[in-house]
Design a protein around this ligand. Structure first.
Ligand SMILES: [Zn+2]
Length: 447
């Protein structure tokens, strides 16, 4: 047997020497010829991206076709890191808040998103339930900000209950799940007290994570300038930045208020969080004109916002293209910038060794009416469309069948190894799908 084994080895080695391409398929998937935008690595040009075992294996100008099991030709497309939406509401069956959250996979892959952050649906008392019901089941990477309210975001009096806003148990839960919990959230508070924000910052400090603030009702007792200049730390996140609800805009100039400018100078982060009532052109246009750009672009998607002026993350990104931001900056605001904000340096980039989460986008040109919360419209001329999404090295969404083959052609070698690069069903070959015979039990197709 030993002799026979050696013989086969020699035969295989001999084949390699004769025809290296047959044995040199180092990569599972090669995204070929697309325009790569990767802010972390300063890439904004045509490059190939090779993927193996769920991680980025190589990014270079000309990676040979023969080196991959499957090659997808992406000439004319943009190839970006999988998008990150850091303001979502993803707990679809949350007790007390049914019909609020949206299950992540329902909206993510079709929009190029591979990571979402749930912004405070759960608090320390309810996080375990959220994790068991949603986080552990979604194919999307779901990270979470814990609500400073122990009961979580369940509306009504519970979200105003100061006695349930405690830094210690909140920080303890965050420290128990550092791989999932990336921040602390305060939202919807109507009272005059500073306590929700102070407890949030205290929890964030103890758990070494940022806080995100939805600043609730506008109260004279707690002006925005003081939140941004005194209470928040550098790296903390102010969401709904273009809402105009809490004095973001200077009443004289229309540009950013003093607190906004001081906050930014201190290192406070400003996030869009479009939602159903938090994006106004009358605020966004003058602030952007004055150079007050977003640090991150996010949706604030939930059941009641996803069919309003906010359709999805790419639609919110389109608004910033319409405001004149270059595509590469808009992509950075949906990839590397939010990754940095939530301290996840392996996400939002295409560095070798990073998870192979990738979005493939194309741009449609035309006249596109972009709404705000008051149904006023700004016309844009570019619309981003997600054509393909890769999550952990496998294609999870393919709008135009870019990865497919003609139905009546024999399967290629790449498609015979489809389990290495796609989550779709493998084709039946030859005897793999036998013709049913009389008396056979019915077989259950995979669905
Ligand atoms: Zn929200």
């Amino acid at each position: 047997m030993a002799i026979r084994f050696r013989t086969i080895s020699a035969f295989v080695l001999g084949m390699c020497a004769v025809s290296p391409s047959l044995f040199a398929q180092d990569y599972d998937l090669l995204l070929k010829g697309g325009h790569v935008i990767d802010a972390k690595n300063n890439i904004d040009g045509v490059m190939d991206v090779a993927i193996k075992d769920g991680v980025i294996a190589k990014v270079a100008t000309d990676i040979p076709i023969a080196s991959a099991v499957k090659v997808i030709s992406l000439t004319g497309e943009y190839v970006t890191p999988g998008l990150i939406d850091i303001h979502t509401h993803s707990w679809v069956d949350q007790p007390g808040m049914l019909e609020h959250g949206v299950f992540p996979d329902d909206f993510t892959f079709r929009n190029g998103i591979t990571t979402v952050v749930d912004a405070g649906s759960s608090g320390w008392r309810t996080f375990s339930e959220f994790k068991a019901h949603i986080i552990d089941h979604a194919k999307t990477r779901v990270l979470a900000m814990l609500n400073i309210v122990g009961a979580g975001m369940i509306g009504g009096a519970a979200e105003q209950n100061l006695s349930d806003m405690q830094a210690e148990p909140t920080a303890a839960m965050a420290l128990k799940y550092p791989e999932i919990i990336v921040g602390i959230k305060s939202a919807h508070f109507n009272g005059p007290e500073w306590l929700p924000y102070e407890q949030s910052v205290k929890a964030g400090t103890a758990a070494h994570i940022p806080v995100m603030i939805d600043y609730g009702a506008r109260r004279i007792e707690r002006p925005l300038s003081e939140l941004l200049e005194r209470v928040l730390r550098p790296g903390d996140i102010y969401t709904h930045m273009y809402s105009g609800h809490r004095g973001e805009q200077d009443s004289q100039t229309g540009g950013p208020g003093k607190g906004m400018k001081e906050g930014r100078a201190r290192g406070v982060i400003f996030d869009v969080g479009n939602g159903s009532g938090s994006f106004s052109w009358a605020v966004a246009v003058p602030l952007v004109k004055a150079g007050f750009l977003p640090d991150s672009i996010s949706t604030d998607i939930h059941v009641h916002s996803m069919n309003t002026d906010m359709k999805d993350l790419l639609n919110v990104g389109d608004k910033f293209l319409a405001l004149g931001l270059p595509l590469k900056d808009v992509i950075a605001d949906m990839t590397w910038h939010p990754a940095r904000e939530i301290q996840r340096p392996l996400l939002g980039n295409l560095s070798v060794g990073s998870p192979a989460d990738v979005a493939v986008l194309s741009i449609q040109h035309g006249s596109f009416g972009l709404q705000d919360m008051y149904n006023t419209v700004l016309v844009g001329h570019d619309r981003m469309v997600c054509d393909l999404t890769v999550r952990n090295g496998k294609v999870v969404y393919d709008l135009n069948g870019l990865t497919g083959e003609p139905w009546d052609a024999p399967p290629s070698a790449g498609n015979r190894q489809s389990r290495r690069w796609t989550t779709m069903n493998e084709r039946g070959f030859g005897t793999a799908r036998p013709t049913p015979q009389a008396g056979d039990k019915p077989t259950q197709p995979q669905h």
